[in-house]
Design a protein around this ligand. Structure first.
Ligand SMILES: Cc1ncc(C[n+]2csc(CCOP(=O)(O)OP(=O)(O)O)c2C)c(N)n1
Ligand SMILES: [Mg+2]
Length: 319
């Protein structure tokens, strides 16, 4: 693997630290009921979003899932609007009507996330079809969990994307669980990449959660996709540290062991990046990010709730 310069490692660290600390703050505040929607935290999974979004350029777009805070922030989504959205305020990125599971910032290429498993995959493919049709060289990244493999729309989408050679990078964030069901209690084999490849696209699996590997691999695939070579499938094995939904641990439920998560905590990519930087650089970044987070929560606190009439807006496209 090539060596990376300090400025790049600082970028990665800033993005990873922002996401981790924002979600820790969400977990801390959640019991006060100020946050009006369920929260699905990505703590432990951040390296996938950060590694991939760092390989994108302006004009590229992402679609994701209800576990979408990391993707939204890694792609540059507005933090104040995200926190206000969680608080159900009118200043939120979906005007306070979507909550944590429906994040969007189209100016930054965050095209949307959805609570319904698998639903943004065909939308990503449709968007990619539009890009190709219009002669654009932008790329779509479609993020989804391993639970989406269970959905018919996933298979239809991969088939169509391969058939039409569409500019999509499919990214499966495989944390092995759909809520509390292990992948092998839902499928005969652990062969997601083989199944994706059978539709007619290269498929690669990254097993260790290494942020540099994810970045390099994404960069290589995105370049090929940009050149018109068609879709690619990337499976990133990862680990959700918290419960499926909510701010707590869930080891008391017994569907997975603490040990299983502990080995991922040992190779935490945030700590790894921190150890590659000088303590001075780390504290400059952390102080700036902490201020940004404080400002965002204050913005959300001070913003008003939407008026009732807002419920009837954004339902149909206004001409
Ligand atoms: C179509 C559909 N079926 C079922 C659900 C209920 N559900 C919510 S989250 C989830 C698990 C999805 O797991 P995965 O895709 O692996 O994502 P993760 O939560 O692990 O990030 C399910 C089944 C849903 N939201 N949508
Ligand atoms: Mg999962």
């Amino acid at each position: 693997m090539k060596t990376f310069d300090t400025a790049f490692i600082e970028r990665l660290y800033r993005s990873m630290y922002l996401i981790r600390r924002v979600e820790e703050e969400i977990a801390r505040i959640y019991p006060t009921d100020k946050i009006k929607s369920p929260v699905h935290l990505s703590i432990g999974q951040e390296a996938v979003s950060v590694g991939i979004c760092e390989a994108l350029r302006d004009g590229d777009v992402v679609f994701g899932t209800y576990r979408g805070h990391a993707m939204y922030l890694a792609k540059g989504g507005d933090l104040k609007k995200m926190i206000a959205e969680l608080y159900g305020k009118i200043t939120g990125c979906a005007r306070g009507k979507g909550g944590s599971m429906h994040l969007i910032d189209t100016e930054k290429g965050v095209m949307g996330t959805s609570a319904i498993v698998g639903t943004t995959i065909p939308i990503s493919v449709g968007y990619a079809y539009g890009l190709k049709y219009n002669g654009s060289d932008s790329v779509v990244v479609s993020f989804f969990g391993d639970g989406a493999i269970d959905e018919g729309a996933f298979h239809e989408s991969l088939n169509f994307a391969a058939l039409k050679k569409l500019p999509v990078l499919f990214v499966c964030e495989n944390n092995f669980y759909a809520i509390h069901s292990h992948h092998l209690s839902r499928h005969h084999s652990d062969n997601i990449c083989e199944r994706a490849a059978s539709y007619g696209m290269p498929a690669e699996k990254i097993e260790d959660g290494d942020i540099f590997r994810i970045y390099e691999s994404a960069g290589k695939h995105i370049e090929a996709i940009r050149q018109g070579k068609g879709p690619v499938f990337l499976e990133c094995i990862t680990c959700r540290w918290k419960e499926h939904v909510g701010p707590n641990d869930d080891f008391h439920l017994g569907y997975r062991s603490e040990k299983e998560v502990a080995c991922w905590k040992e190779k935490d990519q945030l700590t790894r990046l921190r150890n590659l930087l000088s303590s001075n650089n780390v504290s400059v970044i952390e102080n700036e990010v902490e201020q940004e987070i404080k400002d965002a929560f204050e913005f959300a606190e001070k913003s008003p709730f939407p008026e009732g009439v807002v419920l009837y807006e954004d339902v149909f496209k206004e001409s």
